[in-house]
Write a protein that binds this ligand. Structure first.
Ligand code: HEC
Length: 460
């Protein structure tokens, strides 16, 4: 993490400066009328259509002028409040460089807002961008980057009644792996539109015969009902809005021969019988002979305090938990998990020397979106052994929270979507001291290349 924030501050001022210069140069252009054909269509194509098209996950389509005009007011609201595209990160603090950033820039938001405010003019037909060629909206999202998965593991299917309590389905499926394989990327997806609608979340535990390694002794992952998960632990968590997980070069998950996936599929009835609820896991491997050195594990970092969650009616509640890291660690992502009252989640690093810094903060949490913020390789926090990770969660049980179904209820921890949770899912890669030092040196060299200024204060 050393020096990382400095880089960002410098980067940000450089960006601000170039925006200012552009604004002066483009002074004339910006006073031009914003039109659908020239300005808005390209933004919607790039940032919205993958979900807002026939066969994809959104309830409305935004693939032509008529549709965009019909929903213009809603588009304005969602975009201005930064609810759409789903990216709910606080952009004023912490790391801002991600592999999967899909947020709009301030300029793009401004364009959409003024297009709506000016009566949604169409503009010039000739300005329309060529339609984008989308991959199968029902396919694996990561296939755009990696091609079709090397391996697909499908769960058994389940029948969910039209009206029933939430169900947790826990089948076990052999993976079929016949030799040790290192995993570069994984993605879980419910199969078919109805299953997508009723699937609240999926956990996939990797069960395989292995000794608890040194690095898994401390942070062995347990599920609430399943007990200890042994050496391999949780493979992947999926919930609506999550695409997949990608591990940086040199790190990945390890699958062994004879391994099995134990699923935990949380289903929520939708008023219609679904008799083929089934999910699948796509796996992309490293080539044999190109094995990464470091192993990544998914850990759940709880923000529940000692007394659990105790959220009074019509109140804001804050809970916090401390997690000391026993080994040098790189965090690969940040994925907050809360339910309807969840509002803010923040992770901070408190270094062994006492200095602390915010790594990431989601300040506009939307319970139906489980966005996984995947750090860019050069920005992923590098934390020395002995760092404490502080996870803080805010729940808003007041009537001001538009997602709150009933502010008169007391709320505690629980599995149902009307109960609450407060934890972050983070893929951690534990590094040897030697690898950690090498990674830090690499970052320092990168930083020195970018600027000749003095180096940041050491954290350890
Ligand atoms: C990752 C997929 C995804 C992306 C990208 C996305 N949306 Fe959405 N959008 C959804 C889904 C799913 C819903 C319905 C659930 C919800 O509202 O959260 C939705 C809901 C909406 C709604 C409300 C629809 C209604 O029924 O009232 C609007 C408006 C909207 N999106 C606009 C946009 C715009 C504009 C963009 C791009 C700037 C965008 N969305 C990008 C998936 C997406």
């Amino acid at each position: 993490m050393r020096g990382c924030m400095l880089d960002q501050a410098q980067l940000r001022s450089a960006v601000l400066l170039s925006v200012a210069v552009l604004a002066v140069v483009a002074g004339d252009a910006s006073s031009q009328e914003v039109t659908y054909a020239r300005d808005v269509a390209p933004i919607i194509q790039e940032n919205c259509q993958q979900c807002h098209m026939e066969g994809s996950i959104a309830p409305i389509q935004l693939t032509n002028y008529d549709e965009a005009r019909r929903y213009a007011r809603r588009i304005r609201t969602k975009v201005e409040n930064r609810v759409m595209p789903p990216w709910h990160l606080d952009r004023t603090v912490g790391i801002q460089e991600f592999k999967n950033d899909r947020s709009l820039t301030d300029e793009e938001i401004e364009k959409i807002v003024s297009w709506v405010d000016n009566g949604t003019p169409f503009g010039d037909e000739g300005d329309l961008p060529a339609p984008l060629d989308f991959r199968d909206p029902d396919g694996f999202k990561l296939s755009g980057e990696f091609g079709e998965p090397d391996m697909i593991v499908k769960s058994e299917s389940y029948t969910l009644e039209a009206v029933t309590q939430d169900k947790w389905f826990r089948p076990v499926t052999p993976t079929g792996v016949t030799e040790p394989r290192w995993v570069k990327a994984i993605e879980i997806r419910p199969i078919g539109k109805d299953t997508k609608t009723i699937t609240h979340h999926v956990l996939a535990f990797l069960m395989q015969d292995e000794e608890n390694s040194e690095y898994s002794v401390g942070p062995v992952i347990t599920s609430d009902r399943g007990g200890s998960m042994g050496g391999a632990g949780l493979f992947m968590e999926w919930a609506v809005g999550k695409d997949g997980e990608i591990f940086p070069d040199g790190a990945g998950k390890l699958m062994l021969p004879g391994s099995q996936i134990r699923w935990e599929i949380h289903l929520h009835a939708m008023g219609k019988l679904v008799d083929d609820a089934q999910v699948e896991l796509g796996v992309w491997f490293y080539d044999v002979g190109d094995e990464p050195k470091n192993r990544t594990r998914l850990r759940m970092f709880d923000a529940r305090g000692r007394n659990g969650l105790d959220i009074s009616p019509d109140e804001m509640a804050v809970t916090q938990q401390f997690h000391k890291l026993r080994w040098p660690t790189r965090l690969e992502n940040f994925q907050p998990h809360m339910h309807m009252r969840g509002k803010i989640m923040m992770i901070e690093a408190m270094y062994p020397n006492g200095r602390s810094e915010v790594l990431s903060r989601v300040d506009n949490f939307q319970w139906n979106w489980h966005v996984n913020y995947i750090y860019a390789d050069h920005a992923a926090p590098l934390l020395p052994a002995g760092t404490t990770l502080i996870v803080t969660a805010w729940h808003d049980n007041t009537k001001d929270n538009p997602n709150n179904p009933d502010y008169t209820q007391w709320i505690g921890w629980g599995d149902r979507t009307v109960d609450e949770m407060a934890h972050a899912w983070i893929d951690v890669t534990y590094l040897s001291e030697e690898d950690y030092e090498a990674e830090v040196a690499k970052r320092d060299a990168m930083k020195a290349q970018q600027s000749s200024g003095p180096s940041g204060s050491p954290n350890h």
